[in-house]
Design a protein around this ligand. Structure first.
Ligand SMILES: [Zn+2]
Length: 179
């Protein structure tokens, strides 16, 4: 497997592998090994992502969300993933920017290309990974006060119901709640 790397610019944190870098150069004809996102010339080698049962459960929820409606967390076949560092801190690799986002940071998440609602959901997944706190089902494609007005995600009635039904089966979701 190709060495994982991360752009050393803190505001960029493009994450990929050395062979992906080489692919970029093969297609755009650049010779220098620079970050494909910001052009920065230096990068760090990253260890393989650490995972555990809860990280896998959280990534399963991301996958379910990415398979319905507007396919949040999916971009051109790439799905966002959560991972741990060696201190047990939770990072999200953004599907669009390929940035590794530190989910414990309370300021602006550089490289995270979703809004506040999905950021809150990522924080809930982070808390599940660190503390085991389950996520209520009504966090998934949440409806406004009047369900007739549709869901906040804009998934639409059918897809919202489908993503909730699929999510309800997952161990990360608080059981005993109605879809
Ligand atoms: Zn960069």
């Amino acid at each position: 497997m190709s060495q994982r790397i991360e752009c050393s610019r803190r505001t960029c944190r493009w994450t990929g592998t050395e062979s992906q870098l080489e692919e970029v150069y093969a297609t755009n004809g650049l010779y220098n090994c620079v970050c494909p996102k910001c052009g920065c010339k230096s990068y760090y080698q990253l260890p393989e992502p650490k995972t555990n049962k809860r990280v896998k459960n959280a990534n399963e929820l991301i996958k379910v969300i990415s398979e319905h409606g507007r396919k949040f967390f999916e971009h051109k076949g790439v799905i966002a993933t959560l991972e741990l560092d060696k201190r047990g801190r939770v990072w999200l690799v953004d599907e669009y920017s390929k940035a590794r986002v530190y989910t414990h940071y309370s300021g602006k998440w550089s490289g995270f290309h979703h809004g506040g609602t999905l950021r809150d959901l990522v924080c809930a997944m982070r808390d599940y990974i660190t503390n085991g706190t389950l996520i209520p089902l009504d966090w998934i494609a949440p409806t406004r006060c009047n369900p007739e007005n549709g869901d906040i995600w804009g998934y639409g009635k059918e897809a919202a119901a489908a993503v909730r039904a699929a999510a309800a089966q997952l161990p990360i979701i608080k059981q005993g709640e109605q879809a």
